[in-house]
Every structure is written in structure tokens, then in C-alpha cells.
Design a binder for this molecule. Structure first.
Ligand code: ADP
Ligand code: DP6
Ligand code: CO
Length: 323
């Protein structure tokens, strides 16, 4: 056994959203989803199983974490310990090169990096498919961050067949412009928000059917490298996800006034013939799917309204890397 592992994983932006679990413990989703891994946000995590500690220690961005966050990491490491027959506690050090809990997929890069590092440290050496199944149990969206480019997370019929698969490397002039409207931690976590939506939104059932339909069509659009269709489907799917939250009880909304401002700018750009499409996850920050070759033009427009530091250009990112 090696006992030490270190890995990097990149965040991903969902184009067809995962919003709701059919099994909360195993993190099995209600619908399949699809994302683009991006190269500008990532997490690096080191896991060391040690004989000289009697509990797990989790440091995030150099700060020792409290009980709740550490417990999530411990439970996740238990999956590896159990499979590897390992009885040691761990010291985990992670750094997010992404704002934490701001709707920019820190849980995706975070748990994918943790899974990849624990895989090495535990000596399990799972393949990427198994690793996706493990990452999924930390955070659903993390299942997709195992891979680069466009990735589908198949909802599956059970624990063993709910995993992500890479479907396209996205190397066809695809880019993402991110507008950081607010990078503070959100008040309602993705976990809590999706549970409330499933439990109380009268629109939930329609969402699931509609998302499966969107997925079918976006996969065809991606296969045909039909950028406009890909973008239009993604934009509509994202709006539908936010609509079902407005129907929840109590209702909630992740948008801020500046999120709407960005949506207006995107629509105006389209009227001018610059094809780009917005999507928001569980937070106020806006991601704009665009032609990479037009990303600078889009940024130039956005910085007429926002600080240049708030606007980030991303390329399609790679899968996990062992460091
Ligand atoms: P986000 O939009 O950033 O994905 P979530 O609400 O889905 O927000 O998840 C945020 C949670 O993910 C954090 O509170 C923490 O528990 C977990 N998390 C974030 N970064 C890491 C990391 N590097 N390692 C392990 N867990 C992480
Ligand atoms: C809106 O994967 O963060 O970003 O599985 O409870 O950890 P948990 O939730 P998480 O949810 C992501 C929600 C989303 C859409 C998506 O990424 O598909
Ligand atoms: Co998340």
C-alpha cells in the first residue's frame, strides 16, 4: 500500500442539470445529466493514511475544518477504507482554486479530486468508471469531473450502473465565459435545495421528463457539432431548473439582479449575431457557453458593465490528474 495520494480535478458546468435524488444515501439522480469540464477552476487534494492519528483531519485552503465538513470527508473515505480493508485514519489537505459553495461546482472538483487521491492512497487503484461511482457518492456532480470535455452522467438503474462517461472532447471551438456575480457561500446548499424541490415543487415530475428529453436532443446536437442547438437546449434546460425552485415550498431563487443583467447582455449579443448561451447552477454566477474564438469579444462587452476581474474565460478542461 502506498498510503499517500495526491490528485487534481477540474470543475464542470452542467448543460443538462442534475437537480434531485431518487436515493439520497447512494446519490442516485432522478435524471441523467450532461456537463462540460472547464480548465479555469479546480481542486488539488492530498490524502495520507497514517498510523499516528486517531481520527481524520481535513484541511481546506490551509484551514482545519470543523465537525460537519470533516464528517462528510470521513464518510467518503470510509468507502475506500472498507473496500481496501484499511483501518487507518487520514490527514487530508485540499486546496480549491475555485470559490467554495458559490455555485461554481467546488463539490464536483472537490470530491473528484478526493476520490482520485484516496484511490491512490488506499491502493485500491479503481478504474475511472468505478472512480466515477465513488465520486458520485461524495457529490453527484463529482461523478462527471472524473473526465474532461463533454460528459454524461447516466442515471443508471442501480448503484453499480450510475456513473459518468466522456462523450466528446469539446475541441471544436467551445469556450465558457464565467461572470462572477457573487463568490460568497450560498445560503442554501445544492443538497438542501434539490431535496426541497423534489419534496415540494409541483413542477418536479415535469422537470424530470423534460430533462431526459433535453438530454436526448443535446447529445445529438453535440454529435453533429451543432453549436447553436447545443447552446439553446442548455439555456432552456437551465431556466427550467430554476423555474421548479420558484415552485418549491418555501420558494427560493439563486439569482441576483446582476445575474439577470448578464442574461440580458447575452440575449443582446445574440441579436447582434454573436451566438452565446447562458446557464446558472445553484448560485448567482453566470456561465456563458460560446465559441472560444469569440470569448474575448464577449468579455469585452461584459466588462462595460462588470469589473474585468469578474469575467473569466475558460476552455474545456481535462479529467483527473494524479500528481
Ligand atoms: P458548489 O456549488 O460549490 O458545488 P455545494 O453546495 O454543492 O456547492 O457544495 C459545497 C460543499 O462541498 C462544501 O460545503 C463542502 O462540504 C464540499 N466541498 C467543497 N470543496 C471541497 C473539497 N475541496 N474537498 C471536499 N469537499 C469539498
Ligand atoms: C445545479 O452535485 O453539488 O450544479 O450531489 O447533493 O452534492 P450533491 O449536489 P451537487 O449538485 C449540483 C447541482 C447543479 C447541477 C449540476 O451540476 O448538474
Ligand atoms: Co455542488
Amino acid at each position: 500500500m502506498k498510503s499517500r495520494g495526491r490528485a487534481r480535478a477540474y470543475a464542470n458546468i452542467a448543460l443538462i442539470k442534475y437537480w434531485g435524488k431518487r436515493d439520497e444515501k447512494l446519490v442516485l439522480p432522478m435524471n441523467s445529466s450532461l456537463s462540460l469540464t472547464i480548465d479555469c477552476f479546480y481542486t488539488e487534494t492530498e490524502v495520507i493514511f497514517r498510523k499516528d492519528v486517531d481520527r481524520d483531519y481535513f484541511y481546506l485552503n490551509d484551514k482545519l475544518q470543523g465537525k460537519d465538513t470533516t464528517e462528510k470527508v470521513s464518510k467518503f473515505l470510509d468507502l475506500f477504507r472498507k473496500a481496501a480493508g484499511l483501518n487507518l485514519s487520514a490527514v487530508v489537505k485540499s486546496r480549491n482554486y475555485v470559490p467554495t459553495a458559490a455555485g461554481l461546482a467546488s463539490s464536483a472538483s472537490g470530491f473528484a479530486a478526493l476520490a482520485a487521491a484516496a484511490n491512490v492512497a488506499s491502493g485500491l487503484n479503481l478504474d475511472n468508471r468505478q472512480l466515477s461511482i465513488y465520486a458520485r457518492q461524495g457529490s453527484g456532480s463529482a461523478a462527471r469531473s472524473i473526465y474532461g470535455g463533454f460528459v454524461e452522467w447516466k442515471k443508471g438503474s442501480s448503484h453499480q450502473d450510475s456513473y459518468a462517461v466522456p462523450i466528446d472532447d469539446a475541441q471544436w471551438d467551445i469556450g465558457i465565459v464565467i461572470v462572477m456575480v457573487n463568490s460568497m457561500e450560498k445560503l442554501i446548499s445544492s443538497r438542501e435545495g434539490m431535496k426541497r424541490t423534489v419534496d415540494t415543487s409541483p413542477f418536479y415530475k415535469v422537470w424530470v421528463e423534460s430533462a431526459e428529453e433535453d438530454l436526448k436532443h443535446i447529445k445529438i446536437a453535440i454529435r453533429n457539432r451543432d453549436f447553436k442547438k447545443t447552446g439553446l437546449i442548455a439555456e432552456r434546460n437551465g431556466l427550467k431548473m430554476h423555474a421548479i425552485m420558484l415552485g418549491a415550498n418555501p420558494p427560493f431563487c439563486y439569482w441576483e439582479p446582476d445575474s439577470l443583467k448578464v442574461m440580458q447582455i447575452v440575449r443582446q449579443l445574440r441579436r447582434e449575431g454573436i451566438y452565446c448561451y447562458f446557464t446558472l447552477d445553484a448560485g448567482p454566477n453566470v456561465k456563458i457557453l460560446c465559441r472560444l474564438s469569440e470569448s474575448h469579444k464577449i468579455k469585452d462587452r461584459l466588462i462595460q458593465f462588470f469589473d474585468p476581474d469578474q469575467v473569466i474565460i475558460a476552455k474545456p478542461g481535462p479529467g483527473i490528474t494524479i500528481l
